[in-house]
Design a binder for this molecule. Structure first.
Ligand SMILES: [Zn+2]
Length: 226
C-alpha cells in the first residue's frame, strides 16, 4: 500500500479510537430541560446554578458554544470535556464543545448520584472541565487529534493535560472550588482506593494546588507559561 494512503487509513482508524476518551455522544442523553445561558451555553436545569458560577470565572469563554449534557456512562470519570467532533475542522473560533456529566457516578461498585455531590464540589468539577476547554481552544484540529491520541496512550500525557486544566481553573480564581472537589474525592470513604489512587496519581494534589495559589499571588503572568 502507498505510504500516504497507509497514513490516511491509520488516521481514519484512530479517529474512532479518540472516541474512547472523547467518546461518542451518548445515544440517549438523559432527557432534561436545558436552559440557554448567554445565548450559547446549553445547561440542564438541575446544573444551572453550578454551571453559571463556574462559567462566571471564565469570561474568555463567553463567545464559545458549550453544551453541558448528561451521559449514561463515562468511563473512569464523572465529567468529561471534548471538542465537538462534527465541527472540529471548522477553525478555532467556530468550534463548539461538549461537557458530559455522568448521570450516575459509578466508581467500582459504589454508585453516586448528583444529589450526593455538594454544590461547591460540582462547581469545582465544572471549573476543571472548563479548564480543559480553555486548553483545547488554542489547539489546531490536528493538535487536538494528537492530544486525544496521546491522552489515550500515555499516562504522562494524561497527567499533563489534567494539570493544565487544574492550572487554568486555579488561575481563573477557582482554587477554593477545585480544592473542595479534590478533598471530596480524596477523603470520601465511599470511593474505592483504586479510584482515589488514580486521582492522586494523575491530578494535582491539594498541596500542589496551594503551591499554585501562592505562586499565582506572586507571579500571575508566569504560571501558564510553565
Ligand atoms: Zn480532567
Amino acid at each position: 500500500m502507498h505510504r500516504s494512503l497507509k497514513k490516511m487509513f491509520a488516521i481514519l482508524f484512530l479517529l474512532p479510537l479518540l472516541g474512547g476518551h472523547w467518546s461518542c455522544a451518548a445515544k440517549k442523553d438523559m432527557e432534561e430541560k436545558k436552559i440557554v445561558y448567554q445565548g450559547n451555553k446549553f445547561i440542564p436545569e438541575s446544573l444551572l446554578h453550578e454551571a453559571k458560577v463556574a462559567l462566571s470565572y471564565y469570561p474568555e469563554l463567553k463567545d464559545v458554544e458549550i453544551d453541558f449534557k448528561y451521559k449514561k456512562d463515562i468511563k473512569k470519570s464523572f465529567m468529561q470535556a471534548q471538542p465537538n467532533k462534527s465541527n472540529l475542522f471548522k477553525g478555532k473560533n467556530d468550534r463548539t464543545y461538549n461537557i458530559f456529566i455522568s448521570s450516575r457516578f459509578l466508581i467500582e461498585k459504589e454508585e453516586f448520584t448528583m444529589s450526593d455531590v455538594p454544590s461547591e464540589v460540582l462547581i469545582g468539577w465544572l471549573g476543571h472541565e472548563l479548564g480543559h476547554v480553555m486548553d483545547y481552544r488554542d489547539k489546531s484540529a490536528m493538535g487536538l487529534i494528537i492530544f486525544g491520541f496521546r491522552y489515550i496512550t500515555s499516562e504522562n500525557y494524561i497527567k499533563r493535560a489534567e494539570r493544565a486544566a487544574d492550572t487554568y481553573a486555579v488561575n481563573a480564581g477557582m482554587s477554593e472550588y477545585i480544592l473542595a472537589t479534590k478533598n471530596f474525592i480524596l477523603n470520601n470513604s465511599h470511593l474505592s482506593d483504586t479510584y482515589k489512587e488514580r486521582i492522586a496519581r494523575l491530578y494535582l494534589s491539594p498541596e500542589e494546588i496551594l503551591v499554585l495559589v501562592n505562586k499565582l499571588e506572586e507571579e500571575p503572568e508566569e504560571l501558564l507559561k510553565e
